[in-house]
Write a protein that binds this ligand. Structure first.
Ligand SMILES: Nc1ncnc2c1ncn2[C@@H]1O[C@H](COP(=O)(O)OP(=O)(O)O)[C@@H](O)[C@H]1O
Ligand SMILES: [Mg+2]
Length: 594
């Protein structure tokens, strides 16, 4: 079986019409605008096709025996200016009118992907690098913009122009002119597509070499300290130069193949132009055509091949864009594992009773973490879970939040299966201070307010005081407006935990969960916060996972977990009397604290 990651990274080879089809609804959101842009497009093209005709009449007028020309053809010259201007004007209008369509589509799709990513499960996010993900989205969205712009602004107009020019040549001149044009354009397009396909390998190799040398440089610079500690600057430079040498080589092949492409294109264009000119010159000599006609044919050809020059580039970019868009759409097709039932009702918390009934669970199918796990937190009581690291304590909380589905059994809150209520209402009812707190890169105040976005300043400050953050915050020059740095890295572990605690205090949910919430605090601050938390959570149901047993002495029930199973439970006094695992743990910790 291929891993999920693999099928995510397939590179589509052929242009997929299905992807284009999926884009259509976004294009059609502004039907009138699209129509207007098309009208501008046709008008611009008509002007550009009309230009050679005006030129022809001017040349024919000027083409008199010396001295015979009575007046300069002012009207025609004026018309030339007007037609030229309207060509540019309508092109600009088309861009302006259509821009809105592209941007709206980019906005819609960007939002859809963002919402979808938040709907996907934790497992997906754990398996993906956020950097790669945002690159995929960015590439996909800009791919859409490119595709739309070039479909409307390059491919369609060029095809339209080729059609118009061929038709006009056919109507006005010998059939050979139209024929040569058609053959030349066909050969040109065929050659461009073929040569571009052939070059794809070289281009990809150059890109790969480019990102390889980049990754190498970034990795090396990120490990700046390590490089210094070991004095390996020379080795690092050698490695980097190795990557650069690959890049140099790949670029060389890339450039040579580009030379072949451009050279071939120029050959086709020149051959066609020469054939047309020879034909036109012969006709002029025979008296079938005027000098003006000769100029017109020349102007037509120049006009046709100029946009065709971009074709190789556009074709390659379009393919790249389609691949990027498809990759993004693949992301959208991924369905979340945890889904609300249709019309799922909201969770109604009355007492806050939590029950795990015969719960079985494993992150992977081949490794069971919990098996027939039974456990109950009575309403408004405090239950503590203790046990060695890796016993499955945090897993209980992830299941309670429904980040994962249980494989068997069920979890009830006040008698309601958490799978049958909406995720939104479930998570609304539980507050958590997690084991590792990560913060948004904004101010301390905003991070705390995240607990309840509409809280007043007074409420935020009250939470700050309850979480024993007030001393720290008042010492900061900028107070609550201090920026915490990416993922909160500018705060110490203990400070981060207190921000998380303040957040949860602000939320004041009926059920509170603490996952080693005070593990980064020293004993003194821990005691202070614990009493504050007791105050806040009194009358609430609370589930406390603790490393230091001294913090849960007052729990109504203490559960000792080992390898996903409950091995002992009772109050602190009862467990000590048992002389089992708990009492051993307790004695060990007592010794350490002395
Ligand atoms: N996302 C995951 N994928 C696979 N295994 C995991 C995942 N999260 C935790 N585990 C494993 O599950 C077991 C229980 O983890 P956890 O509940 O975090 O333990 P703790 O009791 O220390 O909180 C550990 O062995 C851990 O390696
Ligand atoms: Mg844990």
């Amino acid at each position: 079986m291929r891993s999920r990651r693999d099928d995510f990274e397939v590179e589509p080879v052929a242009i997929s019409w299905r992807t284009l089809n999926e884009l259509l609804p976004y294009l059609l959101e502004y039907k009138r605008r699209v129509f207007l842009a098309m009208v501008c497009l046709v008008l611009a093209k008509m002007a550009s096709v009309g230009l050679p005709f005006v030129l022809k009449y001017i040349v024919d007028d000027l083409d008199q025996e010396a001295g015979q020309l009575i007046a300069i053809p002012l009207g025609l010259l004026l018309a030339y200016g007007i037609v030229r201007f309207s060509n540019v004007l309508f092109s600009e209008l088309r861009d302006t009118v259509f821009g809105r369509v592209t941007e709206r589509a980019m906005r819609r799709i960007g939002l859809r992907v963002f919402e979808h990513l938040h709907a996907l499960d934790l497992e997906f996010h754990l398996n993906r690098q956020t950097g790669g993900l945002s690159r995929d989205i960015e590439r996909g969205v800009s791919g859409i913009s490119f595709l739309m712009r070039f479909m409307v602004f390059n491919i369609v107009p060029t095809l339209l122009e080729i059609g118009m020019v061929t038709l006009l040549l056919l109507i006005n001149y010998d059939v050979w002119f139209a024929l040569i044009t058609l053959v030349a354009v066909t050969v040109y397009i065929g050659f461009s597509v073929f040569a571009t396909e052939w070059r794809t390998g070289f281009v990809r190799e150059a890109n790969r070499a480019d990102s390889a040398s980049n990754t190498r440089a970034i990795d090396s610079l990120m490990n700046f300290e390590t490089v210094k500690y070991f004095g390996n600057e020379g080795y690092e430079a050698g490695q980097y130069d190795h990557a650069l040498a690959d890049w140099e080589m790949a670029r060389r092949k890339n450039r040579l193949s580009l030379f072949a492409l451009n050279g071939g294109q120029a050959l086709i264009v020149s051959a066609a132009m020469t054939a047309m000119m020879v034909l036109a010159a012969t006709k002029v000599q025979q008296g079938d055509m005027t000098i003006g006609d000769f100029v017109l044919v020349n102007a037509f050809m120049m006009q046709l091949f100029m946009p065709l020059n971009f074709l190789g580039f556009v074709y390659r970019e379009m393919k790249g864009s389609l691949a990027n868009i498809e990759r993004m759409f693949l992301l959208l097709q991924r369905t979340p594992i945890v889904k609300d039932l249709p019309d799922a009702p909201v969770l109604r918390v009355t007492n806050g009773e939590i029950q795990f009934q015969d719960v079985g669970f494993g992150y992977q199918s081949n490794r069971t973490i919990l098996d027939k796990f039974n456990f109950r937190v009575a309403p408004r009581k405090k239950v503590a879970v203790v046990g060695a690291s890796g016993a499955g304590k945090s897993t209980l909380i992830k299941l309670l939040f429904r980040f994962y589905e249980v494989t068997s059994g069920r979890i009830l809150i006040d008698g309601q299966d958490i799978r049958e209520v909406s995720q939104q209402s479930l998570r609304q009812s539980i507050g958590i201070v997690p084991q590792d707190t990560v913060l948004f890169n904004s101010s301390i105040g905003e991070n705390i307010r995240y607990g309840r976005i509409d809280a007043t300043d007074e409420e935020v400050w009250e939470a700050v005081e309850l979480a024993h953050l007030a001393d720290f915050v008042t010492k900061l020059p900028k107070g609550l407006d201090t920026i915490v740095g990416e993922r909160g890295l500018k705060l110490s572990g203990g400070e981060k935990q207190r921000v998380a605690i303040a957040r949860t205090i602000l939320k004041r949910p009926p059920i509170m969960v603490f996952d080693e919430a005070t593990s980064s605090l020293d004993s003194k601050s821990e005691q202070a916060i614990l009493s504050a938390l007791d105050e806040v959570s009194s009358g609430h149901t609370s589930l406390v996972i603790a490393h230091r047993l001294s913090t849960v002495l007052d729990a109504d029930t203490i559960i000792v977990m080992q390898s996903g199973a409950i091995i002992e439970s009772g109050t602190h006094a009862e467990l000590l009397d048992k002389q089992g695992v708990y009492s051993q743990l307790w004695q060990a910790q007592q010794k350490n604290e002395q």
